[in-house]
Design a protein around this ligand. Structure first.
Ligand code: S3P
Length: 165
């Protein structure tokens, strides 16, 4: 497997964290979740950061975390927030960018109400769908590898391992 970091991108609910954790287990690498990194640095949940300081502020935190990851993180699996590819122009500065592609209908089937509740931009389904439509092209542009995430977790992870060889 390549020695670069692997950077998972995709819409909210596309399985970045689950894939990242299994990928980490199978490859023996550390797993880092960019949202969790921001939450622990700020001492607040993402939803509280949005509520208290707004989305623009959160995006600045994302950019800052991306700069730090590009400089300091090596040989790891990184899961990004669904909006990071829009605000960080060159994600491949961090590592090999892998897009987990999944139709919006499947995302809706998979994401639980509890998981939706944690996500400020997934409160309204119509708005989330519009966001999804706007973002697909950007995910495609940033991706170096695209995997069909509409498969069992093991299959998705094995495909990434194979393609990142
Ligand atoms: C966001 C996705 C979230 C989180 C924040 C904003 C987005 O991460 O960063 O709520 O803009 O798509 P997940 O993709 O892990 O849900």
């Amino acid at each position: 497997m390549c020695s670069e970091n692997i950077v998972l991108i995709g819409f909210m609910g596309s399985g970045k964290s689950s894939v990242g954790r299994l990928l980490s287990k199978k490859s023996g690498r550390y797993f880092l979740d960019a949202d969790t990194l921001i939450e622990s640095a700020q001492g607040k949940a993402i939803s509280s950061i949005f509520e208290k300081y707004g989305e623009e502020y959160f995006r600045e935190l994302e950019k800052e975390s991306a700069r730090w990851m590009a400089e300091c993180v090596k040989g790891s699996i990184i899961s990004t927030g669904g909006g990071m590819p829009l605000v960080v122009e060159r994600l491949h500065d961090i590592g090999k960018v892998v897009y987990l592609k999944l139709p919006f209908e499947k995302i809706l089937e998979r994401i639980s109400p509890e998981e939706r509740a944690k996500r400020p931009l997934f409160q309204d389904i119509e708005k989330a769908k519009n966001l999804f439509n706007l973002r697909e092209k950007i995910y495609e542009e940033q991706a170096q590898i695209t995997v069909n995430a509409n498969h069992p977790l093991e299959t998705v992870v094995d495909e990434i391992l194979l393609k990142c060889d």
